[in-house]
Ligand binder design. Structure first.
Ligand SMILES: [Zn+2]
Length: 493
């Protein structure tokens, strides 16, 4: 008699209450002065699923893209990959499981992004007030070749869990109510049909089934990036059958975008003899353009006169021209009059050394865009930039290879080997959706090099050298697989 009474406990009801939804009733049991709540009921109320594995006598809960596994023997649960110790094991009865409120507070609540309090008198599990953060989110979408990038920009750094199916990918942001200008956006992107912002969920609905979504976080400003691709695009070099009928890629004239540094009110560096960098880079660019065009390249320049062109406008011009390669041409400056030689840079958000950082700082001093454009399109441009700093990321390995080729060719030209390829956060490279390097051809602050920069012969040598580098780059480009950008872990920006 006594045993049976203890085994059954006293059937009661508890409640799960949330501010945004009607309260859910939970089966409960009082036994030995403790309260056990039905896990099955709570999981169902939270829109999760729960399965029981008879062989291992363990349960698995799936909720908001996360999973928890626990058994009846050990006082712990494995949430995703983390062990959560508990005061007592859950109690099981076949597929039905019961647990003390602690389990809901330490396991289920965090999985659902809810901070739960337990009130024993009313047997109520409630979401703690004020725990839900209001986070503004601004989605933007860009189709970059084989990839669609969806970027969510947040007003504060979110934690998140990813739930992907064949039709969509959902980013769950726990403890948050997300707000966007519109909760639903229809898109004409080839890979993404719709974006939804609902509660703490961001949903990307695919245009077709089975697309691949790669999610990663970036900081400053806090962003979540979702790269949506077809599965086959992960295998570079693989020719899709449809392409077999078209012209082979090599037959298309490659587009080289040349970007003469500075211009107009932006004079750049100045040599001791009075040569302005903006004039030197324009003259150099014109010669490079001639040589490349003779070799069959399509050449687009970001300026062809002494005009002020914003850094972002240069990248925009390159993207509009569908650049295969972007070369930004500059002349170096140093306090040391003897500094000489060529330096080649590609993009990094961190500079490879102090000198590279200083150089990037001075080259970045130019206006981000022409004032007119900035006034008109400030908001749009801001969003574009967020996409653009990602645009160059996917070309970093190609940019590095191009930079190595250019550097090696210039070392041969100048007979020096001391100045290597460097990385620095050059703003002009950030938005370019193509392999891009910045070449500091020579030091305008060195009197000897200033004189050379001003000579036709040197310009011709530079042009032949650069054109040779571009030839080498394209000759070998098709054999080299692009290496995807490896994002830094969340929290580091
Ligand atoms: Zn410059």
């Amino acid at each position: 008699m006594l045993t049976a009474a203890v085994a059954r406990g006293e059937d009661v009801t508890a409640v799960l209450s949330r501010p945004d939804k009607p309260a859910a009733s939970l089966r409960a049991e009082e036994r030995d002065g403790r309260t056990y709540l039905s896990l099955n009921d709570a999981v169902a109320a939270l829109d999760g699923t729960m399965t029981f594995d008879e062989r291992t006598r363990s349960y698995e809960v799936k909720l908001k893209g996360r999973s928890a596994v626990f058994g009846v023997d050990a006082a712990l649960a494995v949430v995703d990959t983390k062990l959560v110790p508990l005061g007592a094991p859950v109690r099981g009865q076949g597929a039905l499981a019961w647990a003390e409120p602690e389990f809901f507070q330490r396991v289920l609540g965090p999985m659902a992004g809810l901070s739960l309090t337990w009130d024993r008198a009313t047997r109520a599990l409630s979401v703690r007030k004020g725990e839900i953060a209001e986070i503004a989110v601004e989605p933007s979408v860009a189709d970059l070749g084989e990839m669609t990038k969806v970027v969510f920009r947040f007003s504060q750094t979110p934690s998140y869990a990813v739930e992907a199916t064949a039709e969509q990918v959902v980013l769950h942001v726990p403890n948050a109510r997300l707000s966007a200008t519109s909760s639903e956006r229809l898109l004409d992107s080839p890979r993404v049909a719709r974006l939804l912002v609902r509660g703490g969920d961001l949903t990307i609905v695919f245009r077709e089934k089975g697309l691949l979504a790669n999610v990663y976080a970036l900081g400053a400003p806090p962003r979540l990036v979702v790269d949506v691709t077809r599965r086959t695009s992960g295998a570079p070099g693989a020719r899709t059958p449809g392409l077999a009928n078209g012209p082979p890629p090599a037959s298309r004239a490659k587009t080289v975008v040349l970007d003469p540094g500075h211009g107009g009110v932006e004079e750049g560096a100045r040599g001791p003899g009075g040569l302005f960098e903006k004039d030197a880079t324009l003259a150099l660019t014109k010669t490079v353009q001639e040589v490349l065009q003779r070799r069959g390249y399509r050449v687009v320049v970001t300026r062809s006169s002494d005009a002020t062109v914003g850094l972002d406008d240069r990248a925009a011009a390159a993207n509009a021209a569908k650049a295969d390669v972007f070369l930004s041409i500059h002349c170096n400056a140093s306090r040391a009059a003897t500094a000489h030689g060529t330096e080649v840079y590609y993009l990094s958000l961190d500079a490879s050394d102090r000198a590279a950082a200083l150089l990037a700082e001075s080259e970045n001093a130019a206006p981000a865009a022409t004032p007119n454009t900035a006034d008109k399109n400030a908001a749009v441009r801001d969003l574009d930039l967020i996409l653009w700093d990602l645009a160059q990321n996917q070309h970093l390995s190609a940019s590095a290879r191009l930079a190595e080729i250019v550097q090696a060719d210039f070392n041969r030209l100048l007979g020096i080997t001391t100045r290597g390829v460097k990385q620095a956060p050059f703003r002009v490279l950030i938005g370019v959706n193509a392999p891009a390097v910045l070449v500091e051809v020579a030091f305008i602050t060195n009197p000897d090099e200033e004189a050379r920069i001003g000579s036709d012969e040197f310009r011709r040598q530079v042009a032949d050298t650069l054109a040779g580098s571009v030839d080498t780059y394209f000759r070998t480009a098709d054999d080299v697989a692009p290496v995807p950008y490896a994002p830094k872990p969340p929290g580091k920006s």
